[in-house]
Structures are given as C-alpha cells and as structure tokens.
Design a protein. Structure first.
Length: 583
C-alpha cells in the first residue's frame, strides 16, 4: 500500500468537503458538527447499553446467549435490508474514473470507497452494540467470549462486502438499458419481500393459530400446548440452519463459547472473513471492468464496432406516445407532461422508488389490516381509506418537491422553449400526479375490497385523492422553485447541498404533510354530524369531499399564474443549481 498516495487522495477529498462546507456558510458546518455528535452519542449509547445488559447474562444457559446474539444478528440484517430498499445504488466518495489516468493504486482507493459507503446508521448502532455485548460477556462469564469480537466483525465484513458487490453489479446493469429495468425491479421486490418476511409471519401466519373468541379454557390450553410444541420444532430447525447459514454462525459461535468450545467461533470467524474477502475481490474486479469498459458499459459500447442491422419490415404508422393529445389540457403542457412521464417511466431509479414504496405499503399495511379488520368499527373505515390517500401523497414528496432536479442539463431546454412558465408547471404536475394517482387508486381499490367499503365512501375518497393531489402539487411547485437541488444520475439521491438549503428542505418536507391534512376534514365532519343526529356520515363525507376538491382545484388554478411568473424570475438560478455537478 502506497501511504503517500493514500494520504494525498484523502487530503484532496477533505479539501473538497471543506470547500463545500465553506460555500454553504456556517450553517453547513454547524449541521455537520451536530451530525457527528449525534452519531457519536448513538454509538456510545448502544455500546454502554449492550455492555450493561451483558452482566444480566452472567449465569444464564448457553441457549439464552444464542438467542440474544440471534436477536442482535437478525436486527442487523433486518435494518441492513431496509437500508438496501432505500438505496440500492453505490455511492462513491472518490470517483475512480477520474483517477484512471493517474499512476495511483486503485485498490486502496477502492477500499476507501468501500469503507466510506458503509458509514450508515445500522453500522453505527449495531456494531458498537455487538462489541459492548462481547466485552460484557467476557467480563461477566469468561475471557474466551472475547472471540465474539472477530466473529461479529467478520460477519459484518461479509455482509457489507457482498452488498458492495451487489451495488457494483447493479451499476453495471444500469449501463445496459435493455436489461436493467426488469432485473432491478426483480431485485427490489425480492429484497422487500425478504425484509417483510418476519412481519408476514407474525401478523398473518401466526394469526391463524390464535384461539377463537368464544373458546373454552380447555381449548385455549390445548392450543397453547400445540403452539409451544410447534415453536420448539421451529427452534430446533433454526438451530440446524445455523450450521449452513453464514450470518447465523455468530449466535452458534456465541453458544459454543458459552459452553466452553472455541473451535466453532474460530471456524465461523475464518469462514465469514473468507466469504467477505471473496465478495470484496469480486466487487473490485467488477468495478475495474466497468470503468475500463469490459462489462458492457458505455465505454465498451463505444469501442465495439456495431454491425449494420438488417432492414426489417416497415413499422406501422400510428400515433406515438409523445404525439398524443390530452383532453382539456393546453398543448404546451400536454407535450411537456408526456415527455416527462416517458422520461420517468424509462428511469429505473424512479420505478424502484415507486415499486418499493408501493410494495412496502401493501405488505405492512395489508398485514395490519388483516389483523384489525374484524374488530374495526364502521365509523373508522372511511378514515382508513383517507389514510391510504394521504400516504400515497407522502410517496410523491420526493418528486413534487423537486420537479426540476432530475432534469439536470435538460432544464436548459425548458428555459429556451417558448412555452409559458405556468404550462411548464402544469405539465410537470400532470406527469408526477398521474403516476401517484395510479398507485393510490390501486391501494384504494385493495383497501375498499378488503374492508367492504360502500360505493359512496369509495367515491368520496376519490374526490379526496383529487383534492390531496392538487394541494400537493401547489406546495410542490413552490418548493421546486424556491429550493431546487440536483439529483444524481442513476439514483434519487441529491448532490451535496449548502447547509441552509438542506435545513430548509428538511423543514419543508416535514411540514409538507400538514398541507395535505385537509383531506381528513370531510370524513371527520361526516362522523361528527352523524354522532350529532344528522344524516348518515357517508353522504356528508361525499358532499364535503366534492366541495374540498372544488376548492383545491380553484386554489391550484389561481396560483398557477403567479407561480409561473415566479419560475420565470428564478429560472436562471434554478439552472445554475441543477446543472452544476458538485464534487
């Protein structure tokens, strides 16, 4: 390892980061200091808590030690999978492509990027907890328990190495537009299902094993004994699975150390480290092939000499997607809406974001509704349908609150176009709201069928969806004009922002749901009106939802012109923000 080169590269990275903080003013430095202090406090708290809890395991059975470490390992894997759902793309602190022409050792830069990309909340909380538990057990039980430290660290190294390899593989796939959509969507769905497996098991499968409401004492005792026997069988199967599942070698090694056996922990640490080293080696080789153009990337596509494609049959002449007309929509807004919608549908990161949010909502919300549907009163069902609408609006915050960020250099075309600025906003809103409306309608239909909602309540919820979409578009237009930020190509992650802009963005996004809360007024008024002896709540809910949708449409149309003029005044500033790639 060339330490001089490594120190030079790290010094350059630090200078770039410090310059970014300096351009962001004092707010950026303050936020960075608060973040560092918060991370340190969380790490120290998890370490102290686990260290103190280990003394309560001074005289427990080895099976209890196995269970505790199984919970720690399972929690780490669960939170790690949730972080993968949020971001499957690789983030590199140092761009290797800019160093390919320099005489530097790329391997050590790769290791720096690997370490920097895994500084996450999961690592900060779970790894100190494992270290504290291992040290506490070593003091409380036996010094041989210190072998849990290399065992746990090797397991974390194995998971992070293969995660980095997976992210590099996804980056390679995203360079091929023919395969990336289907494969990335499949991987996202698989990760979501795996992460939600415990939730489905405890809230759906275990629910069928509960005794009925009118069961006698003998029946409850018999069912309780049957559940205990079934759980014992499952525990025995789990213990046998610990031999073949590498992440579960940690709890198996902890039990072996508690019993006085050292070899299982040593073999487990060596095996996890070997698997992780193999994964990291594959990630490094794949990264080099990608940047050198040997894995189907853009460089390989340019280097290959394509053969002329044989002339096929003439294509059928028909109306193209971008040539269609939208009813009651101005032509300029319709053209921009269709172009933006096609761009979003072709972007894998956008589909990953929508698909992961939709599937997570369906799995988590479906399991909760499955448990509570039989006990849910009729008066609460309209609020559940409205909550589905509100949650679907939350999924649009990232898109509506920064409508020009994904355009990047394409925003110049909007500035140079003769389209009226209010029609630009209208077109952007139609593209985002159409995708959000489809996912919201799918969730609403599922909830309506499951809860047996009356048709009047379903129709009222549709009007609430229209009102919520219009209110969200109004607030999103204002945020997009005042607080734009550039989105990295191939992901939904923002580039580095000034501290004040980041603080304002977080505040506005936290307050964004407050602007869509009026959709709950209609079912609330209907519920209170019926409790006061008035007409049925569903009719009042429908009338209030129609009035709310009309008011939202009037407010949106009246503010579209002033917001268009505001966009015209700030379009050069927005151009400077979304087109500059910050290192």
């Amino acid at each position: 390892m060339n330490w001089d080169q490594l120190k030079s590269v790290l010094w350059l990275r630090w200078r770039l980061t410090r310059n970014q903080w300096r351009r962001g003013g004092g707010i950026g430095a303050i936020l960075a200091a608060i973040l560092v202090v918060g991370v340190c406090v969380m790490a120290l708290g998890s370490f102290v808590g686990a260290f103190a809890g280990a003394f309560a395991m001074r005289a427990v059975r080895p099976q209890v030690v196995n269970t505790v470490w199984f919970v720690l390992t399972g929690g780490f894997l669960l939170f790690w999978l949730l972080s993968l759902i949020q971001d499957l793309q690789r983030s590199e602190s140092i761009d290797l492509q800019r160093l390919m022409h320099l005489p530097v050792a790329l391997g050590q830069i790769f290791v720096v990027n690997y370490v920097a990309s895994h500084l996450s909340v999961t690592i900060v909380i779970m790894v100190p907890a494992m270290m504290g538990m291992a040290l506490g057990l070593a003091i409380a039980r036996s010094p041989v328990m210190l072998l849990l430290i290399p065992l746990a660290l090797s397991m974390v190294f194995m998971i992070t190495a293969w995660t980095y390899c997976l992210r590099g593989w996804l980056a390679t796939l995203m360079s091929n537009p023919r395969r990336r959509r289907a494969i990335i969507m499949g991987i996202t769905a698989t990760v979501i299902v795996i992460a939600q497996a415990p939730n489905l098991y405890f809230n759906v499968i275990q629910r069928s094993e509960r005794p009925p409401a009118g069961a006698s004492v003998e029946e409850r005792a018999r069912l309780r004994d049957a559940r205990s026997a079934a759980r014992q069988k499952q525990f025995d199967k789990l213990k046998s699975a610990q031999v073949v599942a590498p992440p579960l070698w940690v709890p198996a090694g902890a039990q072996a150390l508690a019993e006085g056996r050292v070899l299982p922990a040593l073999f487990g640490a060596f095996g996890c480290f070997a698997i992780g080293a193999f994964g990291l080696q594959r990630a490094y080789r794949g990264t080099l092939r990608f940047y050198q153009g040997e894995s189907g990337g853009k460089a390989a596509a340019r280097a290959a000499s394509p053969k002329p494609a044989p002339a096929g049959p003439p294509a059928k002449v028909g109306s193209l997607f971008l040539e269609r007309q939208l009813p009651w929509v101005p032509e300029q807004a319709a053209a921009l809406a269709l172009a933006t919608c096609r761009s979003m549908l072709r972007a894998p990161e956008v589909k990953m974001q929508f698909a992961s949010s939709f599937v997570v909502t369906l799995l988590v919300g479906g399991s909760l509704l499955f448990r509570a549907a039989s006990r849910m009163p009729e008066g609460a069902k309209p609020f559940v349908a409205t909550a589905v609408v509100v949650f679907s609006l939350f999924l649009l915050v990232q898109f509506l609150g920064n409508q020009f960020g994904p355009d990047r250099d394409g925003f110049r075309a909007l500035i140079l176009s003769p389209a009226e600025r209010q029609f630009i906003l209208l077109g952007k809103n139609l593209a985002c709201l159409s995708l959000g409306a489809m996912s919201a309608m799918a969730l609403l239909v599922i909830v309506s069928v499951f809860l047996h909602l009356p048709p009047i309540v379903f129709l009222a919820t549709i009007f609430q969806l229209v009102a919520g979409l219009l209110l969200a578009a109004l607030g999103g237009n204002l945020l997009s004009i005042l607080l734009p930020y550039r989105i990295q190509a191939g992901s939904m992650k923002p580039t580095k922002m000034p501290g004040l802009a980041m603080l304002m963005m977080v505040f506005c996004q936290l307050m964004f749901p407050l602007g869509t809360s009026p959709v709950f007024l209609a079912p609330l008024i209907g519920f209170l009106w019926q409790r006061a002896g008035g007409p049925p709540a569903m009719f009042v809910n429908l009338l209030g939802s129609m009035v709310l949708a009309g008011v939202a449409a009037f407010a949106y149309w009246k503010t579209l012109g002033p917001l268009g003029r505001l966009l015209h005044r700030r379009e050069t500033r927005i151009l400077g923000v979304v087109t500059v790639d910050v290192d």
